[in-house]
Design a protein. Structure first.
Length: 180
């Protein structure tokens, strides 16, 4: 049996309640992974519905050296008042981890410079460039997910179903990754 994988689920204020539940539960129940909640500065965050989440950890790189994947949950705050989580995302990606974002969470990936020439999806073909000019290439936007970019994988999706399949295929099912 392979070692247990750890996925960090990153939340910020006004996070989308509907985006993380199936993703986190599936990782734990179906793939035997460990899910940990992350938030900037390790402080509680409030969801779009008003629920408060107290995270397991902050987004500091040194607290998260065990992460095999990070899922950035969407929030209006990624557009309006985004925290800088680039160091964490680039650190996980640099060591071969899977980094993905749902909805506006894809802006965190764009700001971290993870799109480059990678195919990606988000909230529409031009949405990322409207919100974060120059960070994504519209001609690469589409439905092509799970593409290799250098030594790591970049994931983005406008639906958690897309991100779940990428995280599960790449980070939590290493035998599928080896068979490519």
């Amino acid at each position: 049996m392979s070692e247990q994988k750890t996925i960090g689920v990153l939340f910020i204020d006004r996070f989308a309640d509907w985006e993380y539940g199936l993703l986190a539960a599936s990782a734990v129940e179906w793939f035997g992974a460990r899910a940990v909640s992350l938030a900037p500065n390790g402080k509680p965050v409030t969801s779009a519905s008003g629920f408060t989440l107290t995270p397991d950890r902050s987004t500091a790189v040194d607290e998260n050296t065990d992460l095999d994947a990070v899922a950035v949950i969407g929030s209006d705050q990624w557009v309006d008042a985004p925290p800088n989580v680039s160091a964490l995302l680039t650190a996980v990606a640099a060591r071969g981890g899977v980094v993905g974002g749902i909805c506006a969470g894809t802006l965190a990936l764009a700001r971290a410079g993870l799109f480059g020439n990678a195919k990606h999806t988000s909230n529409g073909r031009d949405w990322i460039n409207e919100k974060e000019p120059g960070s994504g290439r519209p001609e690469l936007s589409g439905r092509a997910l799970c593409r290799r970019r250098r030594s790591h994988r970049v994931r983005a999706g406008f639906g958690s179903r897309h991100l779940r399949s990428c995280l599960f295929e790449d980070a939590l099912s290493p035998e599928k990754q080896r068979s490519r």
